[in-house]
Design a binder for this molecule. Structure first.
Ligand code: F6P
Length: 336
């Protein structure tokens, strides 16, 4: 068999580890040929590919980013820059020309939806979920998430001492445009006093009173962890809005930090390396047994797969009844 691999959407730690995982399994164990497609679905349109050999797989396990490059190209969306091009037909032709029996798409929610459409136009597809947001439906974890939680936790840890020295409120914004997994997990791990998630509505007066209460109890500072996707007035940046409002409500000096792309860069944790490796291996197994139209997933400690039709169009959100939220509440954390 000859398979093609592409990476699409925002990058995250662990993509190269999963490329290594799938390619090594495919080449070594299943004697397949693997073609790397550059820059996501764009590479299928422009026909930019390179054969992946075992030699090209060295040093990938701990390497950040994606060696294949990525883009947010969605060939099923209207494109004003290429008005006369029927991208899906062009892609089908190119895939035939490349001689691919299956396309492996490594990506987040949008990639899953695009991959489901690829199946509809007759292209055998298998996907692997990757995102620091951990919001892909059908899997407990996506690789990249654990690494981002570690990076954000370290950043929150570092805010404690400076907040304490200056007796300030520190607001830190972490990524997660729809889901608050990263804010929840890093907020809890970093000892955040207030954690705001896109899924849980907040009341700024309640937050203000909570901070004033903390000061009254002799707590000299407060740490506020906010997910970037929380609702704000005039669509202001989450950290800026919350910091301004807290200062207004409490009169306490408040500073903001936006962690940004640091969360997505660099080397994956060992958990993510192993998850990526296992997912890559499982993807190769699915292809070898002719199970297409499926996304690799992990539930508990088990690798399995879910139908792409089931995944497409869904987002995995944090429920207010989530155990981490419940435990946070029992610790006295304010969720707004
Ligand atoms: O990959 C998901 C994510 O990290 C979101 O949390 C964030 O909003 C988005 O990517 C930003 O990515 P970009 O600026 O690359 O589009």
């Amino acid at each position: 068999m000859r398979i093609g691999i592409l990476t699409s959407g925002g990058d995250c730690p662990g993509i190269n580890a999963t490329i290594r995982g799938i390619c090594k399994t495919a080449i070594h164990h299943y004697q397949m040929e693997v073609v790397g497609i550059h820059n996501g679905f764009q590479g299928l349109i422009t026909d930019e590919t390179a054969l992946i050999t075992e030699e090209s797989l060295s040093g990938l396990l701990g390497m950040g980013g994606t060696i294949l490059g990525t883009s947010r190209e969605n060939p099923f969306q209207k494109d004003d820059l290429m008005p006369g091009t029927d991208k899906p037909t062009l892609i089908s032709k190119n895939i035939k020309k490349m001689g691919l029996d299956c396309l492996v798409c490594i990506g987040g929610n949008s990639t899953m939806a695009t991959a489901a459409k690829m199946m509809e136009i007759g292209i055998n597809t298998v996907t692997i979920p990757k995102t620091i947001d951990n919001d892909v439906w059908g899997t407990d974890y996506s690789f990249g998430f654990d690494s981002a939680v570690s990076i954000a936790t370290e950043a929150i840890d570092r805010l404690h001492s400076t907040a304490n020295s200056h007796r300030r409120v520190m607001v830190i914004e972490v990524m997660g445009h729809k889901a608050g997994w990263l804010a929840l997990y890093s907020g809890l791990a970093g000892g955040g006093d207030i954690i705001l998630l896109p899924e849980i509505p907040y009341d700024i007066h309640k937050i203000g009173n909570y901070i004033i209460d903390r000061f009254k109890k002799g707590k000299p500072y407060s740490i506020v962890v906010v997910g970037e996707g929380i609702k704000t007035k005039d669509r202001k940046r989450a950290a800026t809005y919350i910091a301004e409002e807290i200062e207004y409500e409490t009169g306490v000096e408040t500073r903001e930090t936006v962690l940004g792309y640091i969360q997505r860069g660099g080397s994956p944790t060992s958990f993510d390396r192993n998850l990526a490796t296992m997912m890559g291996g499982h993807a190769a197994e699915l292809i070898a047994s002719g199970k297409f139209g499926r996304m690799v997933a992990v539930r508990g400690n088990r690798m399995l797969s879910v139908s792409l039709d089931e995944v497409a169009g869904k987002v995995k959100l944090v429920s207010p009844n989530n155990d981490y939220v419940k435990q946070g509440l029992r610790l006295g954390v304010c969720f707004g």
